[in-house]
Design a protein around this ligand. Structure first.
Ligand code: IDP
Ligand code: MG
Length: 149
C-alpha cells in the first residue's frame, strides 16, 4: 500500500486545523499509520526542504516550519501520494479548489497549512526523515473491506 508523509505546519496547529485535516483524510478513507506532535529543528527542516535551497522563499520557509509545533503523520492507501495532494489542494491557496484544506482554510503560499509528499521518492525519503521504522504501525481497520476494493 502506498504511503505518504503529511505535516500540519505551525499555522495549521495554531489555528486548530489538526482535527479538520485528520478528519478529511480519515473520511476520504486513508489509513493513519504514524502520528506525532513535534517542533522541527532548523537542521531537520533544511534536510526536508533541501530541494528548495537557494530559492528566494527558502529562508522564510525554514523560519515558518520551525516556528512552532507541527503534527507529522504517515497515511496509506492505494495512490495515497496523489490523493493526499489533491485533498490538501494546490500549493498556492489562492489557486486551491474549495473543498480542499488549502482552498477552504488558506490565503497565502507562505501560510499554506499543510505539507504532502509529491512523489514516491520524496515520500520514502521524508517518512524515513521523520519516523523510525518501528513507529509505523501495521494494522487492519474493520472498515477496510468497505473502503479498499
Ligand atoms: P508543496 O508544499 O505544495 O509541495 P513546494 O513547491 O514543494 O510546494 O514548496 C514547498 C513549500 O514552500 C510550500 O508548501 C510553501 O510553504 C513554500 N513556498 C513555495 N513557494 C513559495 C513562494 O513563492 N513564497 C513563499 N513560500 C513558498
Ligand atoms: Mg513540495
Amino acid at each position: 500500500m502506498e504511503q505518504t508523509l503529511v505535516i500540519i505546519k505551525p499555522d495549521g496547529v495554531q489555528r486548530g486545523l489538526i482535527g479538520p485535516t485528520i478528519t478529511r483524510l480519515e473520511r476520504r478513507g486513508l489509513r493513519l499509520v504514524a502520528l506525532k506532535l513535534m517542533q522541527i529543528s532548523k537542521e531537520l527542516a533544511s534536510r526536508h526542504y533541501a530541494i528548495h535551497q537557494g530559492k528566494p522563499f527558502y529562508e522564510p520557509l525554514l523560519e515558518y516550519v520551525t516556528s512552532g509545533p507541527v503534527a507529522v503523520m504517515v497515511w496509506e492507501a492505494p495512490n495515497a501520494i496523489s490523493i493526499v495532494r489533491k485533498t490538501l489542494g494546490a500549493t498556492r491557496p489562492a489557486e486551491a479548489e474549495p473543498g480542499t484544506i488549502r482552498g477552504d482554510f488558506g490565503l497565502e503560499v507562505g501560510r499554506n497549512i499543510v505539507h504532502g509528499s509529491d512523489g514516491p521518492e520524496s515520500a520514502a525519503f521524508e517518512i524515513d526523515l521523520f519516523f523510525e521504522k518501528d513507529e509505523l504501525v501495521n494494522w487492519q481497520r474493520s472498515l477496510d473491506r468497505w473502503i479498499f476494493e
